[in-house]
Design a protein around this ligand. Structure first.
Ligand SMILES: C[S@@+](CC[C@H](N)C(=O)[O-])C[C@H]1O[C@@H](n2cnc3c(N)ncnc32)[C@H](O)[C@@H]1O
Length: 414
């Protein structure tokens, strides 16, 4: 990391990103700033953090973005930028033209006018950065910037096309009510660095249905530890055998074991190798009974109900999913064509209120022609194979009772 050097364009009064990169990773950083007050404050901050050996703050002229603002005979690893979002005639509080006494939205930016306003808005600012990058080319390995508006992203992706810049990518940052976009491009060849395969999060462009889906809670199996399954490691061994048996491909997600006691992977199944539904449907077809049956609600709280519902629906494929989705876990979720089920799986230990150590499997649907039903039948398969059906049943009946009590309390109140 110590050989890495970055440029933060428009570092602001705190100079926060250069300080973080220097402090955490030991990177060399340059922060550029146009506003005198912010520049002076940034310099003070660097000095008071004793990071002046690694961080340099450069005062630049308005109108320069990259070219002419940093020494050009050096080679840099990356640029980053949180550009001034608004153009002069926009209202910094509402992101629109001034409109009387409207209340600012919850995601209104907090920053002084000097920090947030630039001629031409962020599009012109980043366009200048893009043009500078064409000139500087490989002197900077990866160019990145944040964008505050989706329209800017669309515009700039088009500008990439015009300039034949193919090695680029974008991702979303969603926090609460605020969405921002990260854009990255490089002039290195894809053999050296392929940005198009970098992990991304892309939800807001999806249909409403997909967004709701992404918000759905994961399917879970929680059960007390017991002989042969006392910790994550042991459960993972058993699951691996099951995946193998079911011909499910496993792509491990490399979570730092020092930082996490969890095991995460992505599962990919080309066909349904676990449910009874297929067999039953084939039998039904042979008996030439009507193939369409009403699909019961298989996502009810009660697991035995779920199993019955699944059996009754013969592994119904009625809830076929659109073939593209992504969840905010950093995994690239471009669907594999023809996959029956792709899901993320997290295995870990938990110590709930009752102090009884438990193991938990969380499964998050990503995509696949089998839809959520496929995930649910796979969950049922694991419940049976791990021999935890009785516990899950008891657990869900307790949950059901609690839920009924809550509903009753609510009714009594009204
Ligand atoms: C939205 S603020 C970002 C501040 C900080 N990087 C952050 O993320 O908190 C944009 C900053 O860019 C500065 N700025 C505007 N035009 C600039 C330019 N041409 N070169 C360098 N900085 C500029 C503004 O003064 C402001 O501090």
């Amino acid at each position: 990391m110590s050989l890495i050097s970055g440029i933060d364009i428009g570092t602001g009064a705190v100079c926060v990103y250069p300080l973080l990169f220097a402090k955490i990773y030991g990177c060399r950083m340059i922060g550029t700033e146009v506003d005198l007050e912010s520049y002076e404050s940034a310099v003070r901050n660097v000095n008071s953090n004793n990071l002046h050996d690694l961080v340099e703050v450069i005062r630049v002229n308005r109108g320069t973005v990259l070219r002419g603002s940093v020494p050009e005979n050096n080679v840099y690893t990356f640029t980053m930028c949180n550009p001034p979002f608004f153009c002069a005639e926009e209202d910094t509080a509402t992101g629109s033209k001034p409109s009387g006494s409207r209340m600012p939205p919850r995601n209104a930016p907090s920053g002084s006018e000097a920090e947030l306003v630039v001629e031409g808005g962020e599009i012109q600012f980043v366009l200048k950065m893009l043009n500078d990058s064409v000139e500087l080319n490989n002197k900077i390995k990866i160019y990145t910037t944040m964008l505050g508006k989706k329209t800017s992203l669309t515009f700039l992706c088009n500008e990439f096309k015009k300039r034949n810049i193919e090695n680029s990518t974008w991702t979303e940052f969603c926090q609460g009510h605020t969405t921002r976009w990260g854009l990255a491009w490089t002039f290195l060849s894809k053999d050296v660095l392929d940005l198009t395969t970098a992990p991304v999060i892309r939800i807001s462009g999806c249909s409403k249905k997909l967004k709701q889906k992404a918000k759905r809670p994961p399917s879970e199996i929680t059960f007390p530890v017991r002989d042969g399954m006392t910790e994550t490691k042991e459960l993972v061994l058993i699951l691996r055998l099951l995946f193998n048996e079911l011909k499910i491909r496993v792509e491990e997600l490399h979570v730092n074991p020092q930082e996490s006691s969890y095991w995460c992977c992505q599962l990919m199944a080309d066909e349904d190798t676990w449910s009874h539904g297929r067999r039953k449907r084939r039998m039904m077809a042979n008996q030439s009974l009507p193939s369409k049956r009403p699909c019961p609600d298989i996502f009810s709280e009660n697991d035995s109900e779920k199993q019955e519902a699944l059996d009754a629906s013969f592994g119904d494929d009625s809830e076929r999913e659109e073939k593209t989705t992504a969840l905010p876990n950093g995994v690239n979720t471009q669907p594999v064509k023809g996959s029956f089920l792709i899901c993320d799986l997290v295995v870990g230990e938990i110590e709930p209120n009752d102090n009884e150590k438990k193991l938990k499997i969380s499964m998050i649907f990503e995509s696949g022609s089998g839809g959520r039903n496929a995930l649910e039948t796979l969950r049922q398969y694991f419940i049976n194979k791990l021999n935890v059906r009785e516990f899950i049943k008891a657990q869900s009946s307790v949950k059901n009772k609690q839920r009924k009590r809550r509903v009753k309390l609510k009714k009594d109140k009204t």
